[in-house]
Design a protein around this ligand. Structure first.
Ligand SMILES: *[C@@H]1O[C@H](CO)[C@@H](O)[C@H](O)[C@H]1NC(C)=O
Ligand SMILES: *[C@@H]1O[C@H](CO)[C@@H](O)[C@H](O)[C@H]1NC(C)=O
Ligand SMILES: *[C@@H]1O[C@H](CO)[C@@H](O)[C@H](O)[C@H]1NC(C)=O
Ligand SMILES: *[C@@H]1O[C@H](CO)[C@@H](O)[C@H](O)[C@H]1NC(C)=O
Ligand SMILES: *[C@@H]1O[C@H](CO)[C@@H](O)[C@H](O)[C@H]1NC(C)=O
Length: 362
């Protein structure tokens, strides 16, 4: 081995050594392995410690957890079958944000002892954004995020964005919840609003788009959504709050709500909704809420059902009102006539009474 090679070898060795004790990136609520190894021998003693908190101990060939800090109860274990191979890595389950910090792995045998350190970092990436929609606002929210997320609204066309109720708060578990509402002043078709929630490298984008209205033909209509390679779930809604159907890919399943099954001719591969037997009751806003591995898409389409009796109830009400008005007017006139007649006969007795009397005396 030449001198140069020797230096390279030492550098690589040092790198491997530091990497072995290096940082561990854990994910909130998932399991994480804190690596540690030693040179096995008789009379093994293992202590995993965080700060001054006992995390996990092992000696006399058994786990000893009586002094374990209660924050770690039921969440730690060693790979016992691997201990004699020199692997004393710690398996930490249901990782919490508070688990961040430096951990000491102490090992000893009759051959000697060793202390190694593992630095644990915990993050909770943005895994999904919930979108709630009403006629004039969109609310975007997400929870269980760490470190503190950011939420940004944007739009593809120039438009004034009015943001309301923007809140961020940290739960007892130290993860963040973020929520923000956008007031929609512009309902132009083709307009797209995007809500982007980010923390560190991870982000989740929710897109709300207004599509051109669709008009039914022969009581049928096809309403398009978007095609997605990585579809997780799809929900079709009517007038923002009535669920039509829910579709999931794993397991593959479609579930219909109320009587919508009779109105849906097909729920196509490309996520289009094909409707049949349409009547005025089905005229309104159709929303496709689609979740992929990348984000959420909310596509709104207004469906016109022409020849529908949409106008008729108003006409009917108007007719009824006119009839009532005429009836009242007629009644008023009649009453007025009677009243004026009565006025003329104020001194005499009731005409009806007279009549009864007359009849009775017959
Ligand atoms: C110890 O064993 C576990 C389980 O087989 C493995 O995942 C881990 O990588 C091993 N660690 C070391 C330092 O060998
Ligand atoms: C945004 O608001 C400003 C001031 O209120 C107004 O001048 C501008 O025209 C608006 N822009 C759009 C695209 O609505
Ligand atoms: C904002 O908050 C207020 C009070 O909490 C509430 O009345 C209002 O509906 C909220 N606005 C939106 C757009 O969510
Ligand atoms: C969301 O925000 C992140 C960070 O600011 C950025 O990297 C990403 O491109 C944004 N995505 C969209 C769709 O705007
Ligand atoms: C999701 O992301 C992948 C790659 O990151 C991309 O190929 C795909 O087109 C994206 N899908 C959507 C619907 O944006």
């Amino acid at each position: 081995m030449t001198g140069d090679n020797c230096v390279v070898f030492l550098v690589v060795l040092t790198f491997l050594w530091t990497a072995a004790r290096g940082d561990v990136q854990c994910i909130f609520m998932e399991s994480c392995i804190l690596p540690c190894s030693f040179d096995p021998g008789p009379e093994i003693v293992i202590h995993w410690v965080q700060g001054n908190k006992p995390v996990h101990s092992y000696y006399h060939n058994a786990n000893k957890l009586s002094h374990q800090d209660k924050r770690y109860t039921g969440r730690t274990s060693l790979f016992e079958s691997q201990i004699l191979n020199g692997n004393v890595s710690l398996l930490l389950k249901k990782v919490e944000i508070q688990d961040r910090g430096q951990y000491k792995c102490y090992t000893s045998t009759i051959k000697g002892n060793k202390e190694q350190y593992v630095s644990v970092n915990v993050k909770a990436p943005v895994s999904e954004v919930n979108v709630e929609q009403t006629g004039d606002s969109i609310t975007c929210s997400s929870n269980g995020i760490y470190p503190q997320p950011e939420l940004k609204w944007s739009t593809i066309l120039p438009s004034n964005l009015t943001i309301m109720n923007h809140t961020v708060h940290q739960t007892e578990q130290q993860v963040y919840t973020i929520r923000s509402s956008l007031l929609i002043s512009d309902h132009s078709e083709g307009l797209e609003y995007i809500c982007n929630v980010t923390t560190g490298e991870s982000y989740w984008k929710a897109t709300v788009r207004q599509q051109a209205p669709v008009t039914s033909e022969d009581s049928e209509a096809s309403i398009s959504c978007i095609t997605a390679k990585t579809l997780r779930s799809l929900v079709w809604k009517f007038n923002y709050n009535q669920i039509i159907l829910k579709k999931t890919t794993s397991p593959a399943n479609i579930q219909y709500w109320n009587n919508w099954k009779q109105k849906v001719k097909e729920e196509s591969e490309s996520n289009n909704l094909i409707l049949k037997d349409l009547s005025s009751d089905q005229q309104g806003m159709y929303t496709c809420e689609l979740t992929t591995a990348n984000g959420t898409y909310i596509i709104n389409t207004f469906l016109n059902v022409p020849g529908s009796n949409q106008g008729k109830p108003t006409v009917l009400i108007a007719v009824i009102v006119i009839v009532i008005v005429i009836a009242l007017a007629v009644a008023g006139i009649v009453a007025g006539i009677i009243h004026s007649k009565r006025k003329k006969n104020t001194s005499s007795e009731e005409p009806g009474y007279d009549l009864v009397q007359a009849k009775g005396s017959d």
